[in-house]
Design a protein around this ligand. Structure first.
Ligand code: ARG
Length: 459
C-alpha cells in the first residue's frame, strides 16, 4: 500500500513502481533526510502544531533509525519509492501513531530540496579540503624547484624560459579560483527551502526561520515556489566541478607530455604509474590519463541537469528526480580524482637536467636577445628583425645564440658586445623577469607566499 494510495482504486503496475522509484540512488541522502525531519518535528512541537511528546517520540525514533541504517540493520524498499517515504514508513513502524504526524505542514518537494542542499553543502566542504591539500602539494613542489629552469611554451613551441616552480604556481592559482568558486556556491545555496511545502507553504503556523536555523542555513528562502523548484545551486556546483576538472585535465595532459621519453621533464613514482602487459619498457601515466578521461563525465553531468531543467514550468516536476544521479556521479568523480592526483604530484621527481637542456635549445632566449638591443637604444621592432636574422644564421650554421661567435654577432649589429653571452644565460633570462607575477625566484616566492596565506586562512 502506497502512502499516497487514498484516491486510487488499483495498485500501481510493478513496472511503474520500479520506474518511478528513486530509492536505489537517493538512499544516499538518509542522513540529511533524518536531519531535516528532526528539525521539522522539533519546530512542529515548539509551535504546538503537534504535541511536544509526539515531537520527542519522532526525534528519538529518527535517531534510532539513523543508528540502524549506519549499522546496516535497515534495508530500504523499492515499494516505498524514495528515501523520504521509506523514512516515514520506518518511523511509523517504529513509533506508531506519532510517526504519522511528521509530514504535517511539509511536502516531499521541500523535503528533497532541503536534503539535496544539505548534502551538496557537505560534499563541497569535503572537496574544498581536498583542493587545499592539492595546493599544499603545489607549494611543496614549487619550493623545491624555485631554480629548476624549464622551457615555457606557446603553441607547444619553446617560447621563453621559466621555472618548474613558476609553472606549479600557475596551477595553484587556477585551483585557488576553483576553491573560491565552491565557496561562493555554498554562500548562495545556504538558504533553507524547508517550509515551502509542495509549492505554497502551509496554513499551519510553521516557523521557517527556526528550521533554517536548526539546519545551519542562514535564512529561509524568500519564495516558496522558487524554493521547491530551483536546482541552480546544483548546476552552479556542477559548473564549479566542471571547471575544476578542466584544470585537472589540462594539468594531466602536461604531466603526460612531461613524462614521455620525448620530454623527460619528470618521472612518476613507481607507485603512481602502471606497466604494459606486453611492452616491458613501458611506464604509463594512467592516473593522469584517467583524470583527463573522467573530466568528460563531469561535463556530462552538468549538461544533463541543464537539459533536464530547461523546459520545466513551475514548480516541482518529476523530471527533477533526475537531478541527483548526475550530481552524485560528479561528486564521486571529483573526490576520486583529487586525492590520487595530489599523491601522484607529490611523489613525482623533477628531472632538472633534461628540462634545462630542453630550455637551452630552441632559441628560447631570442626575446632576451632583442631586449638586449632595445636596452641599448635600438627600437624593439628593429631589434626583433635583427635577432630573426641571427636565428636564421644559427640554424644554417648549426649553432645557437649562446655559442654563435662574436664576429657573427658584430657583423649583424655593432651594438653586440661580449656581455651578450651572460645576458643570454638561462638563469639571467629567468631572474631578469622579476616583474610581479613573473618567473624570477623573487616573484615566484611572492606567489608562493600568497598561496600559503590563502591555505592558512582556511585551516
Ligand atoms: N523522489 C522525489 C525526487 O527525488 C522526491 C520528491 C517527489 N515529490 C513528488 N511530488 N513526487 O524528486
Amino acid at each position: 500500500m502506497k502512502l499516497w494510495s487514498g484516491r486510487f482504486q488499483k495498485d500501481v503496475d510493478s513496472q511503474v513502481n520500479d520506474f518511478n522509484s528513486s530509492i536505489s540512488f537517493d538512499a544516499r541522502l538518509y542522513r540529511q533526510d533524518i536531519a531535516g525531519s528532526i528539525a521539522h518535528a522539533t519546530m512542529l512541537g515548539e509551535q504546538g502544531i503537534i504535541a511536544q511528546t509526539e515531537a520527542e517520540q519522532i526525534v528519538n525514533g529518527l535517531r534510532t533509525i539513523l543508528e540502524e541504517v549506519e549499522s546496516g540493520v535497515i534495508e530500504f524498499s523499492e515499494d516505498n519509492e524514495d528515501i523520504h517515504m521509506n523514512m516515514e514508513v520506518l518511523l511509523t513502524q517504529k513509533i506508531g501513531e506519532a510517526g504519522k504526524r511528521l509530514h504535517t505542514g511539509r511536502s516531499r518537494n521541500d523535503q528533497v530540496a532541503v536534503d539535496f542542499r544539505l548534502y551538496v553543502k557537505e560534499q563541497i566542504n569535503e572537496i574544498i579540503s581536498m583542493i587545499l591539500r592539492l595546493e599544499s602539494t603545489l607549494v611543496k613542489q614549487a619550493e623545491n624547484n624555485i631554480d629548476a629552469v624549464m622551457p615555457g611554451y606557446t603553441h607547444l613551441q619553446r617560447a621563453q624560459p621559466l621555472t618548474f616552480a613558476h609553472t606549479m604556481m600557475a596551477y595553484a592559482n587556477m585551483f585557488r579560483r576553483d576553491l573560491t568558486r565552491f565557496e561562493d556556491c555554498i554562500d548562495r545555496m545556504n538558504e533553507s527551502p524547508l517550509g515551502a511545502g509542495a509549492l505554497a507553504t502551509s496554513t499551519h503556523p510553521i516557523d521557517r526561520d527556526r528550521t533554517a536555523q536548526l539546519l545551519g542555513f542562514t535564512k529561509p528562502m524568500d519564495n516558496s515556489l522558487d524554493a521547491v523548484s530551483d536546482r541552480d545551486f546544483a548546476l552552479e556546483f556542477l559548473s564549479a566541478c566542471s571547471i575544476l576538472m578542466m584544470h585537472l585535465s589540462r594539468f594531466s595532459e602536461e604531466i603526460i607530455l612531461w613524462c614521455s621519453w620525448e620530454f623527460q621533464f619528470i618521472e612518476l613514482d613507481d607507485a603512481y604509474a602502471t606497466g604494459s602487459s606486453i611492452m616491458p619498457q613501458k611506464k604509463n601515466p594512467d592516473i593522469a590519463e584517467l583524470v583527463r578521461g573522467k573530466t568528460g563525465r563531469v561535463y556530462g553531468s552538468l549538461i544533463s541537469l541543464l537539459t533536464v531543467m530547461k523546459g520545466l514550468p513551475l514548480a516541482y516536476n518529476k523530471d527533477m528526480q533526475e537531478d541527483k544521479e548526475p550530481v552524485f556521479d560528479a561528486i564521486d568523480t571529483v573526490t576520486l580524482c583529487l586525492p590520487v592526483f595530489t599523491a601522484m604530484l607529490d611523489t613525482l621527481t623533477v628531472k632538472r637536467t633534461p628540462m634545462r637542456n630542453a630550455a637551452a635549445g630552441g632559441f628560447i632566449t631570442a626575446t632576451d636577445c632583442a631586449d638586449y638591443l632595445a636596452k641599448k637604444g635600438m627600437p624593439f621592432r628593429e631589434a626583433y628583425g635583427i635577432v630573426g636574422k641571427l636565428v636564421d644564421r644559427c640554424i644554417r650554421t648549426g649553432s645557437t645564440l649562446e655559442t654563435l661567435p662574436m664576429e657573427d654577432y658584430k657583423e649583424i649589429s655593432s651594438l653586440f658586445d661580449n656581455d651578450i653571452y651572460e645576458n643570454l644565460s638561462l638563469e639571467a633570462c629567468v631572474e631578469g623577469r622579476n616583474v610581479f607575477g613573473g618567473p624570477a625566484s623573487s616573484s615566484v616566492k611572492q606567489q608562493i607566499e600568497s598561496i600559503k596565506s590563502f591555505i592558512k586562512e582556511r585551516e
